[in-house]
Design a binder for this molecule. Structure first.
Ligand code: ZN
Length: 218
């Protein structure tokens, strides 16, 4: 079972990928991680990539394909892989098919975690934590029992992350849409795309993804 997992920041993609790894022995593959690992291990393609990066150039599609190919040949991918952040273009999508086919594999599903942008903004912008113990709170969903006093430790100091603002969230959503726009129609045309509500309870999202993988969706 080989899948592409898509979802904007805040959709819980990392959590779901970890759960798939734990439950099914799949391996999450992000191009950045694979590239760093190949360079570090000094694989043939890793050495090429290292030379290119040291020259200050961008790593070509050809090198990325080589690195993915090397990674797919490793035994730990036998139970399936979760592609994260790849492919980004039609050419890469085509290349991925070839890489998999050359190994007698195929892409089984493209799962997109959907979020409601306004709800995501509300969820992220309202959150804050106790400055002392780190307990999480939310302006709307989880206020301390006594206003301004941490339920856990009694501290009266709280903090917010500077990037938890509406503008940052909306920018990230726009970036996500721009990155996935070239490939989603390709996989939609092939009937591979399944959409799961990323705003649902984490366990619910996990079971909906499982239903897609197991072919038990309605
Ligand atoms: Zn506290």
């Amino acid at each position: 079972m080989n899948i592409i997992l898509l979802g904007p920041p805040g959709a819980g993609k990392g959590t779901q990928a970890s759960r798939l790894e734990a439950a099914r022995g799949m391996v999450q593959l992000s191009t950045g991680d694979m590239l760093r690992a190949a360079v570090k291990a000094g694989t043939p393609v890793g050495l090429q990539a290292k030379a290119v990066m040291e020259a200050g150039a961008l790593v070509s599609d050809e090198i990325v394909s080589g690195i993915i190919g090397e990674r797919l040949d490793m035994a730990d991918t036998a139970n399936g892989v979760i592609f994260d952040g790849y492919p980004r273009t039609a050419a890469q999508a085509d290349e991925l098919d070839k890489l998999l086919a050359a190994r007698g594999r195929r892409l089984d599903h493209v799962i997109e975690l959907l979020v409601d942008e306004d709800a995501l903004v509300e969820r992220i912008v309202g959150r804050y934590t106790c400055a002392k113990c780190g307990e999480g709170y939310h302006d709307r969903f989880k206020q301390p029992a006594v206003a301004g006093v941490c339920d856990v430790c009694g501290s009266t100091e709280f903090k917010r992350r500077p990037d938890d603002n509406a503008e940052t969230v909306r920018t990230r959503m726009a970036e996500y849409r721009a990155k996935t726009a070239p490939i989603l129609p390709i996989y939609e045309a092939r009937g591979l795309v399944a959409r799961v509500d990323g705003m649902a309870d984490i366990d619910q999202v996990t079971s909906e993804i499982a239903a897609v993988l197991d072919g038990t969706t309605a």
